[in-house]
Design a protein around this ligand. Structure first.
Ligand SMILES: [Zn+2]
Length: 114
């Protein structure tokens, strides 16, 4: 079962990911280029696909409580209120992005630990 909070987090993550650029060609990702694979607690895993050069990569994003979502500029105030004060740390996204370059994509094992 997916909670409303999870749906809002997923939406926020998609919004934030559109501010990231493809490492290969510099094209900004579009919302429809982003697949949310799943999450473990505050750590969300995504697969992004560049519509310009067709490079795919895996990205992890961390949602943390207690900070204003600085990187998100195009959510309405109502959406922010519904979401609360969670935020994706863009530095963590980038760090995990590099970490995941060596990741084999075995998310079933990763998510199967519960
Ligand atoms: Zn690209």
């Amino acid at each position: 079962m997916v909670s409303k909070a999870e749906l809002m987090e997923e939406r926020l993550i998609r919004k934030l990911m559109t501010s990231m650029k493809c490492e290969s060609c510099g094209q900004n990702y579009e919302v429809y280029n982003i697949d949310v694979l799943g999450h473990r607690e505050d750590l969300w895993f995504l697969r992004v696909h560049c519509s310009a050069c067709h490079t795919q990569c895996l990205v992890a994003a961390v949602v943390k409580e207690g900070r204003m979502p600085e990187a998100v500029t195009d959510l309405t105030e109502t959406e922010l209120d519904e979401f609360g004060d969670g935020v994706i740390e863009i530095d963590d996204v980038l760090n995990m992005h590099h970490f995941l370059k060596g990741f084999d994509g075995d998310f079933s094992r990763l998510f199967g630990q519960e």
